[in-house]
Design a protein around this ligand. Sequence first.
Ligand code: CS2
Length: 490
Amino acid sequence: MRPRLTTLEGLPVGVQWPGYRREHHAPGIVHLGLGAFHKAHQAVYTDDALAATGGDWRVIGVNLRSAAPSEDLTPQTCLYTTIERSAEGTRARVIGSLAAALCLRTRRKPVLEALCSPATRIVSLTVTEKGYGLDRKTGGVDPAHPAIAADLADPGNPRGVAGLLVWALGRRRAAGIAPFTVLCCDNLPSNGALVRSLLADFARRTSPGLADHIETGVAFPSTMVDRITPARNDATLRLAETLTRHADAAAVECEAFRQWVIEDDFPTGRPAWGAGGAIFVTDVGPFEKMKLRMLNGTHSMLAYAGFLAGHRYVRDVMADPAMAALVERHLAAAASTLDELPGIDLRAYGADLLRRFANPHLAHETYQIAMDGSEKMPQRIFAPALDALRRGQSIEPFAFATAAWMRYTVGRTGDGKTYDLRDPLEARLRPPDTAAPTAEGIMARLCGIEGLVPRELTMIDHWRQAVARHLEMLLRPGMAAATSRRGNPS
Ligand code: CS2
């Protein structure tokens, strides 16, 4: 049996080890959402920053409900391997920036203490789009979201993101401790401002005195984060063991590419993330838009169309020439809804995305990306569709992506296999089992969900007709499998 990944001893020469003495650096960040993405992204930049300039910036990773990440990480002193995979090869690197891994549900006290500690200067977040409990219409909280409802009812005993952060900011203020900076790293537009308005609204409902403090006294820099990170599985752990000659229950695999664009607003300091290649700007907005529409929007389109066509992985979608043509068409359409970004060549960005999607070494499941569509479609597909309409550009690619998502919500493939949508609105999205779903019925149901498909869009005949046309085609028996051929109008 291999030794657990706790020491450098026995590590092959090619595997990178943290370039600093871990015990010399105290924690300065609490991170909520201890999933693969954090481990493959922010924790790696922090590892680079610690190696370059040091500082007390290690990370206390917290998961809100599942204790699994902490159970994997704790026995190996929170060391873990990131396996970077690209056409150029496979590279393993041991990350040392995590100082502790906790679960709020099982170890509440140390989590609350860390959030209130003066040493904690940043709280970063990757809790996924649905984790926030955001009402997109108002920018405030969605009182029907389970964690929001629970925390509004009992704000002194918080369990969800908004409740927890408002509670901690209140405690800090009362104790005269400077607020931490809140750093949202989820794929949401203007993610800093969004989380600020969420927390301010939560505070208005529970401790009104705090709302102003949150609005004016706490920093919420926006960020654009990027690194394709498939869900890990046993093959990831086996590969980590082969590469490092250590057993590692917490290894992650990801592409070699990574990008982080951050608004530089950290009143109580930050790690030197620039050492890992992070870029600091005054306005992240255009970068976010580019990534959400080109990378994530195309991802969603190819995930729905690809899944329905029987493609398990993104790389399989890209190996299907007709489907790859749809991907290219979507990328171009998404790019043409964007303003020029100084220093960024959108064509080159798009060409790079094609290469990244085709990465033969990444087993990135279309089903993984298809998850939580109701939380993703608005910023990835509907917002650029509206911009395309305003600019007089073709809406076909966005109508096709919308129809592919709508077809997916039926929960049954063309050959009759059923699947879970894995979406917080699953019960409302899925058609009743009683009758064969029709395009008209699906559209009426989905467009009737308030706050999901923008009314401005559903009011436009030309848009409705285009979506209906694609959806009817996708609903015909055997047609979903032929998506790639029929989705392409050329
Ligand atoms: C993907 C993203 O699952 C998804 O919805 O589009 O997780 C994507 O892989 C990352 O944003 C890449 O940075």
